[in-house]
Design a protein around this ligand. Structure first.
Ligand code: AHR
Length: 659
C-alpha cells in the first residue's frame, strides 16, 4: 500500500514536471556526417489547377486570345457592330479568327472587348504590350484602336489609355504597340475599335502582356509569382501535374508536343479542372499552352531547379474511367513512348536532331540537361504496371542516364500502394512518387514514416502532399506546422527520400478548385502562405549532410513520450541547422547535446528563426500578406551543450557553427 502511494506520488510529480515544461535532451552526433542532402530534396509542383497557368503564372492578360474556346468562339469577348468568326486563319491548329466589318452607319462602331481572367489587372506607370495578327482582306490599309478601359468608372471617360495601329495589306502580319497605364485597376477590359469603319479587317491571336515580365521574356511569366518560386530555392520542379497529365479522356491529356513551337499555333486544350467539381465549376477554363514545355525548362534553369516532367502513360484518369476502353491498349503504346523519348531529345538533343532543332529555334540551342522523367501520375493496378514496363525498357535503351519516376498510386498506404511498391522495384524505376493529402492525425503519426524504408530499393519522391484538415481544408498555420513536423522525417531520411514537393502550388482567389495551396493571388497582388514559409525554411537551411539526432536513443518523431516534438539536423560545415517542430500546447526546454566534437572544438549558437503557429487558424492573406512569417530570435551560448527554448505550436530553425 505504502509502495503504491509512493509510486503514485512519483507519477504525479513527473506529470506536473512535464506540464511545467519538461526538459528534453537531443543528442547530435558530429562524429561523421550522415547521408548527403540531395540537391533535389525540396522543390515545387506545378499544375494548371486553380487558374495557375492562364490567369496566373502565365502573364497573358487576354482570355481566349485565338477565338478557339469550343463552346463559343467569342467566350470572354463582347462583340459590337459587325463581327464574324471565320476558321481559315493563318495558324492551322488554331484556325479561328474574327472579321470586323462596316457596322452599317457612320455613328455606329465595330469592335470587341475582352474581359481577361476575372478582369485584366493593370498597374499605374506600367507598360503593356498589345499584339495582334491582322490583315485587310480586300487590300489597302485600316486602323485599329486598342484601349484599356475601366468599365465601372464614374469619371468622364472610361478609357485609361489607348493606342492605334495601322494595318496594311492582304497578308497576315503581326502588329504591336505598347500601352502605358496611368492608373491601377484589377478589373480593366481591353477594347478594340475598327477605326476606319468601311475597311474590313481580320484579327487573330489578340494578346496583351505586361512588358515587365519575369526576366523580360515576351511570352512571359508574372514577375511576382515567378519570384515567389525562385525565393523557395527549389531543387526540383515537377510539371505539368497532377491529374492534368492524364486527362479526363485521352484526347484531353497533356500532350507536351502541343505546347512547344510558336505560341500562336499551340492548340487549345480543355482543362479538366473546368468540370471536375460541379460545386466549383469554371466553364471557361482552358489551357492555351502558352506556358508550355519550353517555358517550363527555361524557368527551371532560371530558378536553379532540375526539371521533372511527368508524362501520360497511356491511361486516362482512372478515377474517371472504369472502362478499359478509355485507355490506350498496351500494344498501341508506341506513340506515347516515343513522346517521352522525343521530350528527352527536345530537352537534351543536339541542334541537328528534330526536337533539339526546335529547342534551338525557340531560343535555347544549349541543352537543358534533363535528368528525370516521370511516367504516369496517380495510376494503379496492373493497368499501370503493364504499361509502365515497356516505357521503362524503351527509355533505358534510348536515353541512358535518365532517371525514371514511377507511381505508388493516389494513396499514402493501402491496397494499391502495397501492390505498386514491389512492382516498382520489379520494374526497376529509380524513384517512386508518393502522394498524401492527409489530415492532422496522419501527419502527427508519420514522423517516422521513412525511418525503416528499404535502403536498397527505388528512392522516394514525395510528389504531392499537404495537410488537409478535416473540416478545415484551407490554408492555416497549424496545418503548416504539421507539414514542417513531417518534413523532419524527410530530412532525416535524405538517403531514401530524394525529392519532396508540396501541392498544389498556385491559386487565384477567384478561380480556385482545390485548397490549401502554396501561393495565392488576384490580378494584382499575391501572398505566400505559412506553408510557403515552411518550404522556404527547409530550402534555405537545407544543409549538405544529415546529422544523427536522437532523444533517449530514438529519432525525434513526435512519438509517445517525446512531448509532441519532431526534430532533425543537417550540417553545411561549419554550420549546423537543427529544425524543431513543437506540435504540443506546452513550451519545451531542449538541451542540444553535441557528441563527437574534436577536442579543440565547441559549438556556438548563431541565431534562431521561428514560425509561430500558435494562432492555429491564422494565415497570410492578400490584405495582410505578412501576418505570419518566420522571425529571428536570439539564440545564444557556446560549448558542447546548448539550451534551446521551443514555444508551443512553433517551428524553429536553430543555427550554430562549429569552431
Ligand atoms: O494537386 C491536385 C491533384 O491532386 C492532382 O492533380 C492529383 O495528382 C492529386 O489527386
Amino acid at each position: 500500500m505504502y509502495k503504491h502511494f509512493l509510486s503514485t506520488l512519483f507519477l504525479v510529480a513527473v506529470a506536473s514536471f512535464q506540464s511545467l515544461g519538461q526538459s528534453y535532451t537531443m543528442d547530435i552526433d558530429l562524429r561523421k556526417p550522415g547521408a548527403p542532402v540531395n540537391d533535389t530534396q525540396y522543390g515545387i509542383f506545378f499544375e494548371d489547377i486553380n487558374f495557375a497557368a492562364d490567369g496566373g503564372l502565365y502573364a497573358e492578360l487576354v482570355k481566349n486570345r485565338s477565338f478557339e474556346y469550343p463552346d463559343d468562339a467569342l467566350q470572354g469577348w463582347k462583340a459590337f457592330g459587325k463581327v464574324t468568326v471565320l476558321d481559315d486563319g493563318p495558324f492551322d491548329r488554331n484556325p479561328h479568327y474574327v472579321r470586323l466589318s462596316d457596322p452599317g452607319h457612320p455613328h455606329k462602331w465595330t469592335g470587341l472587348e475582352n474581359e481577361g481572367f476575372f478582369g485584366i489587372g493593370i498597374k499605374e506607370g506600367e507598360s503593356y504590350r498589345f499584339s495582334v495578327w491582322a490583315r485587310v482582306p480586300d487590300g489597302g490599309t485600316s486602323e485599329l484602336r486598342a484601349e484599356l478601359v475601366n468599365p465601372s468608372s464614374m469619371s468622364e471617360t472610361h478609357t485609361l489609355c489607348r493606342g492605334k495601329l495601322e494595318i496594311s495589306g492582304k497578308e497576315w502580319k503581326k502588329y504591336e504597340l505598347v500601352l502605358k497605364s496611368d492608373s491601377t485597376l484589377d478589373k480593366a477590359v481591353l477594347r478594340l475599335f475598327l477605326e476606319d469603319k468601311r475597311v474590313t479587317t481580320d484579327l487573330e491571336h489578340v494578346s496583351l502582356f505586361p512588358v515587365d515580365t519575369w526576366k523580360g521574356h515576351q511570352n512571359g511569366l508574372r514577375k511576382d509569382l515567378a519570384q515567389a518560386l525562385a525565393d523557395l530555392h527549389p531543387g526540383i520542379f515537377r510539371f505539368p501535374g497532377g491529374c492534368i497529365v492524364e486527362g479526363t479522356d485521352l484526347a484531353t491529356r497533356y500532350n507536351w508536343k502541343n505546347t512547344v513551337g510558336i505560341v500562336e499555333n499551340r492548340p487549345l486544350n480543355e482543362n479538366r479542372w473546368e468540370y471536375t467539381f460541379t460545386y466549383r465549376f469554371y466553364p471557361d477554363y482552358y489551357q492555351s499552352g502558352g506556358l508550355g514545355f519550353f517555358e517550363f525548362f527555361q524557368l527551371s534553369e532560371e530558378i536553379g531547379s532540375e526539371p521533372l516532367p511527368i508524362l501520360s502513360c497511356g491511361l486516362a484518369c482512372q478515377f474517371q474511367n472504369d472502362d478499359e476502353s478509355a485507355h490506350v491498349p498496351v500494344d498501341d503504346l508506341q506513340p506515347y513512348i516515343q513522346d517521352a523519348i522525343d521530350l528527352v531529345e527536345f530537352a537534351n538533343g543536339p541542334v541537328t536532331s528534330e526536337w533539339g532543332r526546335l529547342r534551338a529555334e525557340m531560343g535555347h540551342p544549349e541543352p537543358f540537361n534533363l535528368k528525370y522523367i516521370g511516367i504516369g501520375n496517380e495510376q494503379w493496378g496492373s493497368l499501370y504496371t503493364e504499361r509502365l514496363e515497356p516505357f521503362v525498357k524503351a527509355i533505358r535503351a534510348a536515353c541512358p542516364g535518365i532517371r525514371i519516376v514511377g507511381s505508388s498510386g493516389p494513396g499514402s498506404e493501402g491496397e494499391q500502394f502495397d501492390y505498386l511498391w514491389p512492382e516498382m522495384r520489379r520494374i526497376g524505376v529509380d524513384l517512386v512518387d508518393e502522394h498524401f493529402y492527409r489530415p492532422y492525425d496522419w501527419f502527427l503519426s508519420q514522423g517516422a514514416r521513412y525511418d525503416n524504408y528499404d535502403r536498397k530499393g527505388p528512392k522516394v519522391f514525395a510528389g504531392e502532399y499537404a495537410c488537409h484538415a478535416r473540416g478545415a481544408k484551407w490554408n492555416h498555420a497549424y496545418a503548416s506546422l504539421l507539414e514542417a513536423a513531417f518534413m523532419t522525417g524527410i530530412e532525416r531520411n535524405a538517403d531514401v527520400v530524394h525529392m519532396a514537393t508540396y501541392a498544389p502550388l498556385f491559386a487565384h482567389v477567384e478561380g480556385w478548385q482545390w485548397r490549401p495551396d502554396l501561393i495565392w493571388y488576384d490580378n494584382l497582388r499575391s501572398f505566400r502562405t505559412v506553408s510557403w514559409h515552411v518550404q522556404e525554411l527547409y530550402g534555405r537551411f537545407k544543409g549538405k549532410n544529415v546529422l544523427p539526432l536522437k532523444m533517449d536513443g530514438a529519432n525525434v518523431t513526435g512519438a509517445e513520450g517525446q512531448g509532441g516534438l519532431f526534430a532533425s539536423a543537417v550540417q553545411d560545415s561549419p554550420r549546423i541547422y537543427i529544425k524543431v517542430a513543437n506540435t504540443s500546447d506546452e513550451p519545451r526546454e531542449v538541451s542540444l547535446n553535441f557528441t563527437g566534437l574534436k577536442k579543440k572544438d565547441v559549438v556556438r549558437a548563431v541565431e534562431g528563426i521561428r514560425l509561430d503557429c500558435s494562432d492555429r487558424m491564422a494565415d497570410n492573406t492578400l490584405d495582410a500578406p505578412h501576418k505570419v512569417e518566420p522571425l529571428g530570435f536570439p539564440f545564444k551560448g557556446e560549448g558542447r551543450m546548448l539550451e534551446a527554448s521551443v514555444p508551443p505550436l512553433s517551428f524553429s530553425v536553430f543555427i550554430m557553427t562549429v569552431q
